[in-house]
Design a protein around this ligand. Sequence first.
Ligand SMILES: [Zn+2]
Ligand SMILES: [Zn+2]
Length: 217
Amino acid sequence: MRGWEWLFPVKCAGCGKEGVELCEGCRLRLVKARQVCVECRKGSIGGRTHKRCCKELGLDAVFRVFRYEGLMQRVIKAVKYRFRHQLLRECVGEYGRRQVFMRVDGVVPVPLHRVRENWRGFNQAMMLAEILAESWGVKVLEVVKRKKATRPVAEMGKNEREREILGAFELVNMELIKGKRLVVVDDVVTTGGTMKEVAKVLKKGGARWVGGWALAG
Ligand SMILES: [Zn+2]
Ligand SMILES: [Zn+2]
């Protein structure tokens, strides 16, 4: 399937205009996300977790770039199911590349399960991590792996989703993260359950500060 997309003209994911993955007009229609505390979901500057909400093994901040609605939902779907690498890159844009956290030592993509990664061909969290690493001058650290196959969380209810994610990740390299400030990267963050689990694993392994970054949320 994948090779065939090259035979067809590229079209804007928003308006269908030919020749671009996302035209300037549609890019400007993407709505910037409101920054909230991942624990209480109330407003917070830069997505920092409120002091009163911080947990020992929790996320210290989560920055969301765009609101996960309308065009952004269509873009994420197009990237996921039609393997639009370049669309993802254009969508992040300059706004998404900004250094929103201080003194970051590395970025950690949320891993896909091996089976799903093979089927889908690529991990969009990994691709976003690469874009950020390049912009921020840091390394991509593939230090977290998925322990067990999880069904796509989109199909699940809230409680089921949280049960499924619990204990899903394991650390594969402790040396790389000890005392470090890390940012967990994913395409979409909703409740933050997946990111919180990855953060827990990193902090248990000795990371000093763990933030999150999501293209949409
Ligand atoms: Zn357009
Ligand atoms: Zn809070």
